[in-house]
Write a protein that binds this ligand. Sequence first.
Ligand SMILES: Cc1cc2nc3c(=O)[nH]c(=O)nc-3n(C[C@H](O)[C@H](O)[C@H](O)COP(=O)(O)OP(=O)(O)OC[C@H]3O[C@@H](n4cnc5c(N)ncnc54)[C@H](O)[C@@H]3O)c2cc1C
Length: 428
Amino acid sequence: MHFAFDPRTELLRENLLDLMWSHIHPAEPVFAQQLGALDDRWAWDSVPVLGELRAESRRRGLWNLFLPGEEGAGLTNLQYAPLAEITGRSPELAPAALNCAAPDTGNMEVLSMFGTEAQRKEWLEPLLAGEIRSAFAMTEPDVASSDATNIATSIVRDGDEYVINGRKWWITGAMNPNAQVFIVMGRTDPEADRHRRQSMILVPRDTPGLEIRRAMEVFGYDDHDHGGHAELVFDDVRVPAANLIGREGDGFAIAQARLGPGRVHHCMRAIGVAERAIEMMCARAEQRVAFGRPLARQGVIRDWIAESRVRIEQLRLLVLKTAWLMDTVGNKGAHAEIQAIKIATPRTVQWILDKAIQIHGAGGLSQDFPLARAYAGIRSLRFADGPDEVHKNALARAELSRRAAAGDCRPAGADPSQPLPTTARSHP
Ligand SMILES: Cc1cc2nc3c(=O)[nH]c(=O)nc-3n(C[C@H](O)[C@H](O)[C@H](O)COP(=O)(O)OP(=O)(O)OC[C@H]3O[C@@H](n4cnc5c(N)ncnc54)[C@H](O)[C@@H]3O)c2cc1C
């Protein structure tokens, strides 16, 4: 086992870090100012400075790094993970500048893996070129959507078309007028086996019957610099049957396939957020003086700084191990670790952001520092792609069944040198 990045990753890291310091960080205030001047505040990807950053990323070969295979940069999960971490240092700008921002990344993966030739030509190509954006519409206000088998929007075949009826909410990016296509999950066969009821279908934004009703807010932020999170209504929306992705009943399996790499991307970006918070924490603690000495000389503050470092190093190792497992044994083989990082990352980064805010005093809560906004974003990750409790439930189930499969039903502390009782060994 060795912990160094390979030469290709090192070169890309160097190139990306240079782009961050020379172009992306200086563009952050410009982006905020130009975004504020837009006629349509949701059209964030039309901000001029973002166009310039995108051109520079392409020129440097830092484009579509997330996508394996010939269509993308051909990186493994382990090669891309440290690059995603770097982009997390500027979460509003860097992922989009590299055409590596969610939810487009997951949608491009779906089209790349499951799309037909025609679907890839119509939607994947402009997405890969950064010309359009997209959204992924699964969650519904009327059912507990952490259980994807509950999804109830109906998708009914009618001749050469499918007719869609239902309501969705929290659909990230959908307020942006340039999000021209939605991947919609709905129910094609209510009578089928639980995991074969749903399908996924492509719905162009301008399809009659599709209403973009309103934007949801996260702790009062409307996230317009990400295209918001929309509520959508589908009222007899008709699309050609050829818009179905895969076959009827494949929806649940496609949703599972979409989530693996996306979780590593989210987690590594969140680690980038935490690294920036630790830097801000240290800088503020050194400079701010209370009760006669810098905050950095107070034991409790030093404890937070040290704890932050320990926690983030532990977390990064777990996420990188997960990326490595996905590359070596596949997403299915890495399932338990993917769930573990989804649980561990938001809570660890949330803890670090909380301490960074505390060190900044009331200023930490304000618009003058990026910490409060980052806190809201990381807190929302404990829901996006499934709540913590669902992942813990599945992880515990896997742990218990692994123990049972190994026939190891000894009570904790039992002497492992003694043979197991026959009944325990034959336990299923
Ligand atoms: C910022 C943000 C962006 C999002 N973007 C998208 C998007 O682009 N597309 C999309 O489709 N969705 C999106 N979502 C929605 C997100 O995926 C859902 O909120 C999530 O899957 C949970 O579904 P729910 O809100 O219906 O919660 P519910 O399913 O109603 O669950 C509520 C609570 O019940 C508890 N619970 C549920 N199951 C269990 C269990 N087995 N054991 C113990 N407790 C349990 C949990 O505490 C859970 O939080 C986004 C959400 C946020 C916050």
